[in-house]
Design a protein around this ligand. Sequence first.
Ligand SMILES: [Fe+2]
Ligand SMILES: [Fe+2]
Length: 200
Amino acid sequence: MPDGDPAALIELLRARTDGLPSWLQGHIGRVVTESRRLAPLHEVDPLRVQAAAWGHDLYRHFDDDALLREAAALGIAPDVAQQAAPILLHGPVAALRAQSDWGVRDTEVLEAIRVHTTGRPDMSPIALTLFLADKLEPAKVSADPGLAGIRTLANHHPAAALLAFLDRRIAQYLASGGVVHPLALETRNWALSQVGGREA
Ligand SMILES: [Fe+2]
Ligand SMILES: [Fe+2]
């Protein structure tokens, strides 16, 4: 069992990335590197956040039907947003598989994997570091240079970076007529409270 041994937990989850599509392996590797870079700046355990990074996208390549089947098999009832955009299920599915099938017991690592797409209010520091590493890894910034300033902000002001990222992303989803998961909105309001803002 990997409990209490982050190095073993890393190896368990890293091994699960063998055989994933190369585009996904590339992204996961960059998120691991970004998590390792941010960990000392955020004063979180670098090994536990790296473990979460290895595990976060193990179901990212599943199509909508496959994710809905996985959710059903795991007893997850998709909410309205997840029904409209099943990709929102890839974090919860990975976390539940890790917990029920792979023996992962580290609750903060499991939470980081589960909420990496939406965040959640009061998310743990490990979950926050993974969220930012995932959204701001170098290829994401290259594809959307407007993220560069938020990546810099994330070095020393993670809650402010979370707020800036979600403000931007939610506005993009609304402008394009896309689905916004309620947890993303709740996380945005929590981030606002963390930086001394006032909830509307
Ligand atoms: Fe993801
Ligand atoms: Fe990711």
